[in-house]
Design a binder for this molecule. Structure first.
Ligand SMILES: Nc1nc2c(ncn2[C@@H]2O[C@H](COP(=O)(O)OP(=O)(O)OP(=O)(O)O)[C@@H](O)[C@H]2O)c(=O)[nH]1
Length: 416
């Protein structure tokens, strides 16, 4: 069964917690004991209704206990698919959380309060979703009950959002009018909006095409471990363990190793002592090569017929995630795949205004949650693909050398 990983984004009070609760409740994904607990907690309410937001708020207290920092994950499944919901808090200052949670999501639900329409946070979240290359966006127009389930209100919001989506590089946008509180068009079809003949949210989540999004062209294998048994009778054995982050590899394929540029062919592909003729993303395997090549952890094995860029000066979109400022001349460790090297900041080409999408030039420093295009100079060449063609090998992070904390998320653009 396939897996859809999606993020929910919206301003505080747009109804994110209620929506997640509704999705789990109506799709019968809530465990009996959880249900009992929220029923008990909801008893104090005057209307006797179950407060679905309590479910997600339960998750948030887990988060506060430090089980997951900043972002909470919730799993559920229907007969059609498995789902992971990434729940990022909605406050303005949490761009960082959305970036952390969303980098490998296939879909983002952007909540819009029907009464307020497209808001500042809608623009911010949509910009981040587009920078992160999330291929599917659902604009969930919530609280339709508070605007009399009006088709006109819904249409206006769709038109407004479509203008914004045009400025961004968002591939697929789906609009759904709903009331998370009353359960309209979340799992069950709304009787109050007969004018809407599209899918409910769950139907969409269950059927949205995600296979096409997998990059099968670019065989990329960042080496995590070199396996060299010490036993004499296995002296010829040398395997490279890691995860295929994109594409596929077959026995007999010509490969190139980066950064050295050495070449060889694949002699065997192994998973738990079973030999395979081919393997593809996201499998974790051990590769064996026909010849003795000098490979260490952090190297990138690629199929020779499709090679990545390799450079010491790179352009990238940066989401700055630290309270210390980012400035030209600062030094960090850059990690792409399993490869790490030191780097310094050459230039801040421009900062992006997250509301108007304007490029602000002449910026000297970045603060927490700022988004910018930057140029970095690395100590050793890095091998990568533009993020827009390959999210796995085009994403990188900046690490503070002294604290070892991740301070920036990078979407690599190309050579500078
Ligand atoms: N009328 C109406 N109220 C809703 C709907 N969805 C959510 N609400 C209410 O809006 C308020 C905020 O909902 P939450 O689900 O807590 O909002 P949130 O976006 O998760 O907010 P945070 O958890 O603080 O980020 C609550 O009082 C909900 O009951 C809806 O479809 N219609």
């Amino acid at each position: 069964m396939d897996l859809l990983r999606f993020i929910t984004a919206g301003s505080v009070d747009d109804g994110k917690s209620t929506l997640i609760g509704r999705l789990l409740y109506d799709s019968k994904s809530i465990l009996a004991d959880q249900l009992e607990a929220i029923e008990r907690a909801s008893k104090s309410r005057d209307d006797g209704e179950i407060d679905l937001a309590l479910l997600t708020d339960g998750l948030r207290s887990e988060r506060e206990q430090g089980i997951t920092i900043d972002v909470a994950y919730r799993y559920f499944q229907t007969p059609a698919r498995k789902f992971i919901i990434v729940d990022a808090p909605g406050h303005t200052q949490y761009t960082r959380n959305m970036v952390t949670g969303a980098s490998n999501c296939q879909l983002a639900i952007v909540l819009v309060d029907a009464r307020h329409g497209v808001a500042e946070q809608t623009r911010r979240h949509s910009l981040i979703a587009s920078l992160l290359g999330i291929p599917h966006i659902v604009v969930a127009v919530n609280k339709m009950d508070l605007v009399g389930y009006s088709q006109d209100v819904f249409s206006d919001i769709c038109i407004h959002y479509a203008e914004l989506a045009q400025k961004l590089n968002v591939k697929h946008v789906t609009y759904i009018p709903m009331s998370a509180l009353n359960g309209d068009n979340v799992v069950d079809r709304s009787e109050s909006m007969p004018w809407y003949d599209g899918q409910t949210l769950l139907e969409h989540l269950e059927t949205v095409e995600i296979d096409d999004d997998a990059n099968l062209e670019q065989g990329r294998f960042p080496v995590q471990y070199v396996i060299r048994p010490q036993t004499p009778e296995l002296h010829d054995y040398r395997g490279y363990a890691g995860k295929i982050t994109s594409g596929q590899f077959r026995k007999g394929d010509s490969i190139t190793v980066f950064p050295s540029g050495e070449t060889s062919t694949i002699d065997a592909i192994e998973i738990a002592e079973t030999h395979l003729d081919e393997a593809f993303t996201p499998m974790s395997v051990v590769l064996h090569l026909a010849t003795d090549v000098d490979i260490s952890r952090g190297d990138l094995i690629v199929r020779s017929d499709n090679q990545p860029l390799s450079s010491q000066t790179v352009k990238a979109m940066l989401c700055w995630m630290d309270s210390k400022e980012f400035k030209v001349g600062n030094k960090y460790v850059l990690q792409v795949g399993t490869f790490r090297t030191r780097c310094s900041v050459r230039e801040i080409a421009y900062q992006l205004n997250v509301n108007t999408y304007e490029q602000i030039e002449g910026v000297e420093q970045l603060r927490l949650n700022d988004l910018a295009k930057v140029v970095l100079r690395t100590a050793q060449p890095i091998s990568f693909d533009p993020y827009t063609t390959n999210r796995a090998s085009g994403g990188a992070i900046l690490i503070d050398e002294t604290s070892n904390v991740t301070v920036g998320a990078l979407m690599l653009v190309g050579e500078a």
